[in-house]
Design a binder for this molecule. Sequence first.
Ligand SMILES: Nc1nc2c(c(=O)[nH]1)N[C@H]1C(S)=C(S)[C@@H](COP(=O)(O)OP(=O)(O)OC[C@H]3O[C@@H](n4cnc5c(=O)[nH]c(N)nc54)[C@H](O)[C@@H]3O)O[C@H]1N2
Ligand SMILES: Nc1nc2c(c(=O)[nH]1)N[C@H]1C(S)=C(S)[C@@H](COP(=O)(O)OP(=O)(O)OC[C@H]3O[C@@H](n4cnc5c(=O)[nH]c(N)nc54)[C@H](O)[C@@H]3O)O[C@H]1N2
Ligand code: SF4
Ligand SMILES: [Mo]
Length: 792
Amino acid sequence: MSRRAPQEDIDESELSVTGREDHAAGPTAVAVSMKRAVEGMGTRRTAQTLLRLNQVDGFDCQGCAWPDPAPEHRHTAEFCENGVKAVTDEVTLRRVGREFFAAHSIEELAGRTDYWLGQQGRITEPMVLRAGGTHYEPISWDDAFALLASHLNGLASPDEAVFYTSGKVSNEAAFVFQLFVRAYGTNNLPDCSNMCHESTSVGLAEVIGIGKASVTLDDVHHAELIVIAGQNPGTNHPRMLSALEIAKKNGARIIDINPLREAGLTRFKNPQTVKGMAGRGTVMADLHLRVRINGDLALFQAIASLLLEWDELDRDFIEQHSHGFEAYAEHLRALDWDVVLAATGLEREEIHQAARMIAGSRKTVYCWAMGIVQHQNGVANVKEISNLAFLQGNIGKPGAGLFPVRGHSNVQGDRTMGIWERPPAHFLDALRDEFGFEPPRKHGYDSVATVKAFRDGKAKVFFGLGGNFVAAMSDTLVTEDALRKADLTVQVSTKPNRSHVVHGREALILPPLGRSERDLTGGRRQRVTVEDSVCSVHTSQGPLEPASDHLRSEVDIVCTMALATLGDRHAIPWREFRDDYGQIRRRIGRMVPGCAGYEEKVDQPGGFVLPHAPRDSRTFETDTGRANFTVSPTEVLHVPEGRLLLQTMRSHDQFNTVIYGLDDRYRGIKDGRQVVLVNPRDIEALGLREGQHVDIISEWDDGSTRSVVQFRVVAYDTPRGCAAAYYPETNALVSLDSKAVGSNQPAYKSVVVRLVPSTLDEPARGRPEGTVAHESPDTPEPQRYVAPHQLS
Ligand SMILES: Nc1nc2c(c(=O)[nH]1)N[C@H]1C(S)=C(S)[C@@H](COP(=O)(O)OP(=O)(O)OC[C@H]3O[C@@H](n4cnc5c(=O)[nH]c(N)nc54)[C@H](O)[C@@H]3O)O[C@H]1N2
Ligand SMILES: Nc1nc2c(c(=O)[nH]1)N[C@H]1C(S)=C(S)[C@@H](COP(=O)(O)OP(=O)(O)OC[C@H]3O[C@@H](n4cnc5c(=O)[nH]c(N)nc54)[C@H](O)[C@@H]3O)O[C@H]1N2
Ligand code: SF4
Ligand SMILES: [Mo]
């Protein structure tokens, strides 16, 4: 199995390439899951933990935001390989305490990959880095809060502080966090959503009035057709395959739109069934459209133009519920098929085939994820999928709808609770009425603006409630340099990561309880709530003994920080909130839209589903009061001669910046991560060789270039002109200014690059001269990023 001892870092020279698999899950997945679990947690804890995972009285999986089946339909083993890895990562028996930090200087830790850092285990006590210090040292919780409060209270303006959230945070912690931040005086609440489904939130809000999925799990089960665009569920939302299998049994067909033929959408061997474990499994996609990167918008328009031509429209829906159809139809009638074929790289007949399948379905669910949104035209992509759904009235009826599949397990809930740098006025009004203070109205920084604010000296304190901001963001060198300018960086983290070693003048690490752990804050057994991808809210209660006696819950950390910083400046009962999360839920029930009776409703087995006007009643709270058709220009992303379009994606052995292992099993890449997948004919045309090491160079309109070094060329079945590599190793290639129009989301999936034979035959020794990010965007000097493990 592809696992290295915890003290070893990645050695890219061990990388091997075996080729793609044609199915997901099955016996291998079960074996890998159990091996990882037992290795990481021990036998007893494995059983204790997994039997409570995703159960009604158990805890919510830390992995993705895929919904749970109705309570009566849950299996004893209601989890996937990814879920087991996510849980194991938290429940690991390894510990990182004061001895660890005394033994390793920051400089040394900075020379490690996120893989190595994460392998070291759970952080057991608060740590501080003093100004000018070389090592993190222990600090008491009281002193940590005092230090933090003195920084926050010493700023010239609350807008000089930034409060980031990653999407694992519970609803209760998220609610008190945004309350604290606004009571303190700013809306600087960026979150991982800014890098994730922000284009969805913006696009859907404009066209249907709400930025969330309009389906239930039951709709997926009963759809006639499921279109899955830019998503790799076999790796990133594995239990989705079980839902798709149910749909297929009920007669559904599936169209997969993806430059890569991912194993999970090829064939699924369901570990819950004999056929899945012993047989060939279930065929997933009936049609795979191997679209060029960023060809989706043109593809959706082409399909729509055929539906229009064939008059396969839901005229009633269009007349009664939509707005803007004529302008859209006019655009479709004028569609230039030469542009469509160039943008999509598909044959006309393939597009016709997809259109016929869509025309033949009375109930279609449209699913999408990062392959659609992480582009400069990400918002337009989302609106274009919506157009297609509106044409046939595929919203607000059983078995049909729009389904953006979310990433982090509670990223959607965090937004519902008010984690948003651009909060709507009605939310702030409700906050004012409930808590009796005037919240700030000025919009805050999103993730990209946060980096710029630190870069430009406008922000001074960074507080991260979970996540790994430095590694997740685009433009690694720029982001790192920006955060290093901070006066104070604070990370609430379960495990070590890059954001601890790229720090401000002073830095704090505050270790929280994990979701799997028993929370006895305030002397009572606390529980929290989360919301999944289909707006279903339910409780989560960890069963396990905490990793250390010094851990505090995230609610506790936030409320204590609020007390230390604000004292009794506002009439907000921080102590009551901290000691009884039910008090927080009562307030959520009083002021968060759709949450009336929250505390009682989450007591129902399986919880409750938040209201969603388009889903529930085909009503649309948009500017026109209807579902809005929109017109976006049909464009081809121009890639100059000799360049490729690169997407940055996840392997099968990571959760975002947390690298679990080095085995991207479904794609046949093992024991290394510095690979670039290229079409064999492009390899030849570019004068390269398979297995050769190249530097990847991105080129930008302002003349600047960025590069990462020593990636191995792997021949792979990706469309001509397209390439793929893993995130976060390639984030240094993505300019901070390359982002989606309208949502400001980094365009991680359409990077124009050039591959050149590697300038380093031997692994790099030290970050070479001139590779540090340049402070001014006006001096486009080449930036070269050398990964930590290539430095030693
Ligand atoms: N195991 C595991 N699970 C996860 C995560 C994880 O890292 N590991 N991360 C979680 C998070 S936060 C998120 S947001 C989700 C992400 O889930 P996904 O969105 O599935 O993740 P990605 O790997 O980024 O890649 C998406 C897919 O988009 C395709 N793609 C790339 N560019 C294009 C394009 O232009 N058009 C089309 N049609 N397809 C394209 C890629 O080939 C890939 O198959 O997963 C969540 N679940
Ligand atoms: N190039 C490229 N970049 C991307 C993407 C891409 O597809 N390509 N995807 C983007 C997307 S979709 C996302 S969502 C972001 C992810 O960005 P983030 O959410 O910021 O990153 P994660 O890697 O999920 O965060 C991992 C860290 O969270 C901490 N952690 C884990 N569990 C807990 C917990 O229970 N509590 C607390 N407090 N901390 C915990 C651990 O210390 C761990 O190191 O990355 C984005 N960046
Ligand atoms: S599908 Fe997602 S939520 Fe379900 S067990 Fe797997 S990782 Fe966890
Ligand atoms: Mo995400």
